[in-house]
Design a protein around this ligand. Structure first.
Ligand code: ADP
Ligand code: MG
Length: 415
């Protein structure tokens, strides 16, 4: 890596070194080459485009799927002194942003995919200095992915109209099909794919059949004094759980608990999120709307009160635990009725998406029903070849009785 780049890493971002594959990704982008970076949550994807955005002449256009996500990134970048802005429906300073953009006074411009592919935006781009394109949460481009956003499909002509500007697609979650799709849809060469390891060794995975869920989660929360997230399946479920868990004892009196879901007034949501980020012991009962783009390194546990939508979703949500590298736990509670509900949901979607959804549910079935290493199943799903046992999941720590029984049987037979 060249000294000027290391200087930017240090002076602007305050980091002494790149982490993992960051240096590979940044080098490729700085060399003007299209790249797909697949890096786990917390690996530091933002830096991979923010650093080139600062180092290169012109503005990096960032496509991002959610306004909340854009604004979190924007706040963080601005705090570092990076010249950043967004053009979204809730931004009031459009004229100023467009003027700065055209005058070459921006390093980063965040837009949603539907805006990016609009005629008006393309005209604007034609009159501004562009350094590169970053496509965040790039799995949204794939129907196979778990967050398909049709507007991502409209980006290609825009990217192609700047053939000499590199495009960097970033995602935490991409199985083999989704990867293929991203490369194809965004026009990135196969050798442009950089995959970081998916293992999060400090997270202990455990899966439990539901059997008195409130008591089960209560026991868990009581045993874990640190901050944690409990994902409930419905908005009402988050509030009900929060009410029940608030009665549990905590480090300094009762346990601090709040709820978070998209049906709450924005100012309440914001206040609860801020309180959680600042807290050292709060439990947040939330829908999966909570957590994307939130940078809280010391989350000590993540609980799923029911079956997640997909393994990718599960990996991403549970991955919000232990970003600081310290021991953390991920607990998943499931029941047979979760699978029945999932099958009903699949029956109601368009026929061409049913096969993908069915595959997703059966992958989840394998994860929850296995008597062998959970981590190995997760990592194999992302194309890795992990060891048979990890030593840090429920099945590796306490091999289930049925496995003991087969071993006993084998011993009896061989005797
Ligand atoms: P992702 O988008 O991959 O989930 P983020 O870009 O939000 O991850 O980064 C996660 C955290 O890692 C942030 O707190 C960020 O400041 C930190 N981080 C990123 N790169 C480095 C680095 N090279 N050294 C230390 N910390 C880093
Ligand atoms: Mg990110």
């Amino acid at each position: 890596m060249t000294q000027p780049i290391l200087d930017v890493l240090h002076d602007t971002f305050g980091f002494s070194a790149f982490r993992g594959v960051q240096d590979q990704v940044v080098s490729r982008v700085m060399a003007g080459r299209n790249t797909l970076a697949i890096m786990p949550t917390g690996a530091g994807k933002s830096l991979c485009y923010q650093l080139p955005a600062v180092a290169l002449d012109g503005c990096c256009v960032v496509i991002s799927p959610l306004i909340a996500l854009m604004h979190d990134q924007l706040r963080a970048a601005t705090a570092l002194g990076i010249r950043a802005a967004s053009l979204t429906s809730v931004d009031a300073d459009w004229q100023e942003t467009q003027d700065r953009f055209r005058a070459g006074e921006l390093d980063l411009l965040y837009v949603a995919p539907e805006r990016a592919s609009s005629e008006g935006f393309r005209n604007l781009l034609g009159r501004a200095p562009i350094s590169m394109f970053a496509i965040d949460e790039a799995h949204c481009v794939s129907e196979w992915g778990h967050d398909f956003r049709p507007d991502y499909r409209l980006l290609r002509p825009l990217l192609d109209s700047f053939p000499d500007r590199p495009r960097l697609a970033l995602t935490a979650t991409a199985d083999a099909h989704t990867r293929e799709d991203i490369l194809k849809q965004l026009g990135i060469e196969r050798d442009g794919m950089i995959i970081a390891g998916f293992d999060r060794p400090n997270i202990r995975y455990a899966v439990h059949p539901r059997d008195g869920l409130t008591r089960q989660i209560g026991d868990l929360v009581s045993a874990n004094p640190g901050p944690g997230i409990v994902y409930a399946q419905t908005r009402a479920g988050t509030e009900k759980l929060a009410e029940q868990l608030a009665k549990l004892p905590g480090p300094g009196g009762k346990r601090q608990v709040r709820a978070y879901h998209a049906g709450m007034p924005p100012e309440v949501r914001r206040a609860n999120q801020d309180a959680f980020i600042a807290s050292e012991d709060m439990v947040m009962c939330a829908t999966v709307a909570f957590g994307m783009g939130i940078d809280k390194p010391d989350v000590r546990f993540v609980v799923h009160a029911g079956l997640p939508k997909s393994i990718e979703g599960y990996y991403q949500e549970s991955g919000r635990a232990g970003r600081d590298g310290e021991p953390a736990e991920a607990h998943l509670f499931w029941g047979a009725d979760d699978f029945a509900r999932a099958r009903m949901r699949i029956g109601e979607i368009e026929p061409e998406r049913q096969a993908g959804e069915r595959a997703r549910i059966s992958a989840l079935g394998a994860l929850v029903e296995t008597g062998s290493c959970r981590r190995a199943i997760l990592l194999r799903h992302f194309g890795e070849s992990p060891p048979e046992t990890c030593g840090n999941c429920d099945n590796c720590l306490n091999p289930p009785a049925s496995v003991d029984a087969t071993q006993t049987a084998r011993k009896l037979l061989s005797a």
